[in-house]
Design a protein around this ligand. Structure first.
Ligand code: 4AD
Ligand code: MG
Length: 468
């Protein structure tokens, strides 16, 4: 076969160089046609759109064409022609076809369309080859780029916080332990506690639940930073919104108070949504047409509306009034409760009909590092609540006062030996600062319209599942 440099199908479809010879390579989506002429729909992942390849049967070896089946990988040299009456304005007339890798029709699992999402999760190694997952993973990439660009353009530094850590940032005790000890032969002291002296790190170590604490160290030196990395939670939550391994973006900014933090969160998330509409239009349109007819309307709605900013206490009042009027929630509503997703979504979808930033939560349901309010009951927390998702961002202004922070750490019995370095930020040159965490997959749920978080990460890790 003549050697021609490969062109991506995304570029071929934009081309108007009719008559030129190009080479494309990709995976066959379908092949149909008659005894004289066949049409191959070829996809190479560069776009949701397939290139139509017209094959004049007489010019090709029958044995080669037999292998051109759904899922096979082929290389085609051919001529670009203007297509009439097609969705695409260009198609290709094949001159030469080489089969790079056949896909046996009897065993290739993505034979017909219309597989359930559950089935596709079982073949997560092949699902990127479907239209849906191609679209989702292209959007996932684009969102990562948007996030870096947003912060870079505003003078934030991308700061790498450790994945293996000795501290439990959220204090919720949901950490995966990291050890090289022989689990069949653990050394214990006289109280039955495990001795970690001979473990790899010489102490108990875990996978991080958040890069925030180290992010705060960086913010109080570099001014404004963000982290963007994997985080791990050993919470046994089998819901469509929880993963055991997820990616989180955590900006942290010196001198920002809670209002600045809310402004940043709102600007940031709108920027990401707009990026998806502007840069992933074909993929978003596909998901809108195939899965969720309201998707684009919802994305545009978020861009248009100012987010509601509301204290938790007022949010509870609204929910209590709804209950009094007969609205049924699965979980009870009272001041002090950690809101369930149904409560968050009621405020967003039914009551305000736009995103809500809920602030000033009871301190008992929030982490130790949040700035304490004068009332002694609440902390300067902020959760951003989104339609269909519930909580998409969690953040706060941080307690910058050494004594108040120390007393909270003691109240909560957090081991001091793990916290000395964190407290040093408050001992030396402390300043007001704030930050938040955006769950990357929650953002993707919103932007793609997917309804299960397992379908916006290539290889989901959830309780009892770590395949691939
Ligand atoms: O509210 P969270 O637990 O906050 C923190 O971790 C803070 N340290 C963030 C900060 O202030 N820098 O988590 C932040 C976000 C949530 O709003 C949610 O979007 C996402 O992370 N998240 C999860 N996403 C998927 N699966 C899980 N199990 C998640 N837990 C939290
Ligand atoms: Mg939270």
């Amino acid at each position: 076969m003549e050697k021609i440099r490969r062109t991506r199908i995304a570029d071929v479809l934009k081309s108007e160089s009719f008559g030129t010879k190009v080479n494309v390579r990709g995976w066959v989506r379908t092949r149909r046609g008659s005894k004289q002429v066949n049409f191959i729909a070829l996809n190479d992942g560069s776009t949701i759109n397939n290139l139509q390849i017209v094959v004049d049967i007489d010019n090709f070896d029958e044995e080669v064409l037999k292998l051109v089946t759904t899922g096979a990988c082929i290389s085609v040299n051919g001529t670009l022609v203007e297509s009439v009456g097609q969705k695409q304005k260009v198609e290709m007339h094949a001159d030469e076809i080489e089969v790079l890798g056949a896909a046996d029709p009897a065993t290739y699992p993505l034979q017909k369309k219309g597989h359930t999402m559950e089935f596709l999760r079982e073949i997560a190694h092949l699902r990127p080859r479907t239209n849906t997952f191609g679209a989702v993973f292209r959007i996932r990439h684009n969102m990562a780029i948007a996030i870096h660009k947003f912060f870079h353009d505003r003078g934030f530094y991308y700061f790498h916080t450790p994945i293996v850590t000795g501290s439990d940032c959220e204090g919720a005790g949901q950490m995966f332990q990291v050890t090289t000890m022989n689990l069949y032969d653990l050394k214990k002291d006289e109280n039955g506690s495990i001795i970690y002296d001979n473990d790899f790190f010489g102490k108990q170590a875990s996978l991080t639940v958040s890069g925030q604490l180290e992010g705060e160290l960086a913010a109080t030196a570099l001014g404004a930073i963000y982290t963007f990395g994997p985080t791990f939670r050993a919470e046994n939550s089998n819901t469509p919104r929880h993963l055991a391994e997820f990616w989180m973006i955590e900006p942290e900014v010196a001198f920002n108070e809670i209002e600045d933090n809310m402004d940043l969160a709102e600007e940031f998330i709108k920027y990401c949504v707009k990026w998806a509409l502007d840069n992933c239009r074909d993929d978003v349109q596909f998901l809108n047409d195939m899965f969720d007819k309201e998707l684009i309307t919802r994305l545009e709605g978020v861009l248009r509306d100012d987010f509601v900013r509301l204290p938790y206490t007022d949010g509870i009042k609204i929910l209590e009034e709804a209950v009094a009027k007969g609205h049924k929630f699965e979980y009870p509503v009272y001041w002090g409760v950690d809101l369930a997703s149904e409560h968050e979504r009621f405020l967003v979808e039914e009551h305000f009909k736009r995103p809500v930033i809920l602030t000033d939560y009871p301190k008992e349901i929030k982490a130790f590092y949040m700035k304490q309010n004068e009332d002694g009951k609440t902390v300067r927390a902020m959760d951003v609540l989104f339609p269909k998702i519930g909580e998409i961002i969690g953040g706060s202004e941080r307690e910058s006062d050494y004594d108040k922070l120390l007393s909270r750490i003691k109240e909560l019995d957090i081991p001091m030996k793990d916290m000395w370095w964190y407290l040093d930020t408050r001992r030396f040159g402390s300043c007001p600062h704030s930050g938040f965490g955006l769950g990357f997959e929650r953002l993707l749920l919103f932007v793609t319209g997917m309804t299960n978080i397992r379908d916006v990460i290539p290889f989901p890790r959830t309780p009892k599942n770590a395949e691939f």
